[in-house]
Design a protein around this ligand. Structure first.
Ligand SMILES: C[S@@+](CC[C@H](N)C(=O)[O-])C[C@H]1O[C@@H](n2cnc3c(N)ncnc32)[C@H](O)[C@@H]1O
Length: 201
């Protein structure tokens, strides 16, 4: 599944006007969405773009590399600069704006996804995110990713609808996306999951 095309279709179908992206890296998602979605008037890019001493994940590079990463993100979205607002900092360090949609793709550890969903949900109409998949996403040397199952449990706790599309998830405040109660991974994700081989689920 092409996540860029999937979300672009969603934004265009729902005439989404304001978006926050948490975890931007080199700005590839932002570039693809902004170039495909003319209805988006304001796009907030949230990322510390610095080394974090307490984040054991492969994207946690050195400060020098992060300066290059930020420069690339700025270059990628430069054709849409008038619609972009850069918020440099962790989710806990910036004031998240009220938006139609928030895309969560930052710190996927249990600490990170908890903070991001709890902070972002009150500020957004819909919330979606990346990597609803196996917890050992980056192998045993790194902290596990807990987007799956935390996002599903969070949606249930706040009474949001919840759906998964491949490794993307979506929660909302309306009935358009009924929660079907099935938070198992879709087959093509399950087949990549080490736990399946270990425990046969
Ligand atoms: C997987 S990359 C994002 C990829 C991007 N969304 C895309 O699709 O092109 C993860 C990013 O999350 C950022 N990040 C890590 N911890 C964060 C936090 N607490 N708040 C916001 N961003 C964070 C990292 O700096 C990194 O750039």
């Amino acid at each position: 599944m092409d996540r860029f095309a999937f979300w672009a279709d969603f934004f265009n179908a729902n005439e989404v006007r304001t978006v926050t992206e948490i975890g931007v890296w080199r700005g590839e998602f932002a570039e693809r969405i902004l170039s495909s979605c003319p209805s988006i008037e304001r796009y907030y890019l949230v990322d510390p773009w610095r080394h974090l001493p307490d984040w054991n994940k492969p994207f946690n590079k050195g400060d020098d590399e992060f300066e290059d990463v930020l420069a690339e993100a700025r270059r990628r979205v430069s054709p849409f600069a008038s619609r972009c607002v850069f918020l440099r900092g962790r989710t806990t360090e910036v004031e998240l704006p009220e938006v139609d949609f928030t895309y969560v793709d930052g710190d996927h550890t249990l600490r990170g996804i908890s903070i991001d969903l709890i902070r972002a949900w009150p500020k957004t109409k819909w919330l979606g995110g990346d990597d609803f998949g196996p917890i050992w996403q980056h192998g045993a040397k790194f902290e596990p990713s807990m987007v799956n199952p935390f996002a599903a449990h969070f949606a249930e706790a706040v009474g949001a609808s919840f759906q998964i599309f491949g490794n993307q998830y979506l929660m909302g405040r309306d009935d358009a996306f009924a929660y079907d109660g099935d938070t198992r991974l879709l087959p093509h994700i399950r087949s990549r999951c080490r736990w399946e081989r270990l425990f046969g689920y």
